[in-house]
Design a protein around this ligand. Structure first.
Ligand SMILES: C[S@@+](CC[C@H](N)C(=O)[O-])C[C@H]1O[C@@H](n2cnc3c(N)ncnc32)[C@H](O)[C@@H]1O
Length: 246
């Protein structure tokens, strides 16, 4: 796994960009991020889980998508969004308030904390989703093994993990275009909108140098998850993996 001595200050980074995060996301993905989360939520709900964790929930888009699609009848689904940025969670809670005016029966809890020390019992969750967050937890992060061990610990055996993340495209031509976009457009546009060029330089470089779908699958398999299915989205710039805790 790629690691370096000094980690990027992710916590303050998300504190700085929380207000513009959703807007920048929509622009950078040409509005496709919503459709990708929709695919991921469909995958996660297939096993009809009861307790679900949205790890690195950020502004809550994925957990809200799950709440929108889940069956809330019977014993229903209990959704938890977990993140270490209180600013990102502030935005999530605001959206939740609006959402629950229309979907009263949805049960969503947002909890602040670090993925390396989660306040949940062993095997507590039936399923876990992580959308555009695993890169933060493993790429050039000295606590990568700790994060992966915690993800494994809080899941029940046989539970499913759904990962949505940017990925290195397989096609050389698309890789060149994608690399150009990430190097010369995303950091400057993101910097302009959010006022934080350094943050978007990190985001762009971590996306550009990130793992392929196969590499990500291997890292998660080493952490105790078995790959069940995976697919590429957006010509391979985005990956969707479904794994099971073995
Ligand atoms: C790129 S955002 C993704 C947000 C959301 N899941 C989405 O689909 O847009 C990554 C999130 O991971 C959170 N994060 C990064 N490292 C974390 C850690 N060690 N523990 C908890 N949250 C973390 C950040 O605060 C940020 O909100």
């Amino acid at each position: 796994m790629k690691e370096e001595q000094k980690d990027f200050p992710l916590h303050s980074f998300y504190g700085d960009i929380h207000a513009s995060y959703d807007r920048v996301n929509r622009i950078f993905t040409f509005g496709r991020d919503r459709a990708w989360r929709k695919h991921a939520s469909i995958e996660l709900l297939k096993s009809r889980p009861h307790r679900v964790l949205d790890l690195c929930t950020g502004t809550g888009d994925f957990v809200l998508e799950l709440a929108r699609r889940a069956d809330h009848s019977d014993k229903g689904i209990m959704l938890t969004g977990f993140d270490f940025s209180s600013d990102m969670l502030k935005v999530a809670r605001k959206k939740q308030k609006e959402f629950q005016k229309r979907h009263r029966q949805a049960e969503i809890h947002f909890i602040e904390g670090d993925a390396g020390e989660m306040p949940f019992e062993d095997g507590y969750f039936d399923s876990m989703g992580i959308t555009f967050g695993i890169r933060n937890l493993v790429y050039k992060n000295s606590r990568a093994s700790r994060h992966l061990a915690e993800m494994n610990r809080v899941m029940r055996t046989g539970g499913e993990l759904v990962v949505l993340e940017s990925s290195k495209p397989a096609s050389p031509l698309w890789r060149i275009f994608n690399g150009f976009y990430l190097r010369f457009i995303l950091p400057y546009l993101g910097g302009l909108i959010s006022g934080n060029l350094k943050a978007y330089r990190y985001l762009a470089s971590s996306s550009k140098n990130y793992y392929t779908r196969e590499e990500m699958g291997e890292i998660l398999e080493q952490a105790g998850f078995e790959l069940i299915r995976s697919r590429s989205l957006f010509l391979g710039s985005v990956m969707l993996l479904v794994l099971q805790k073995s």
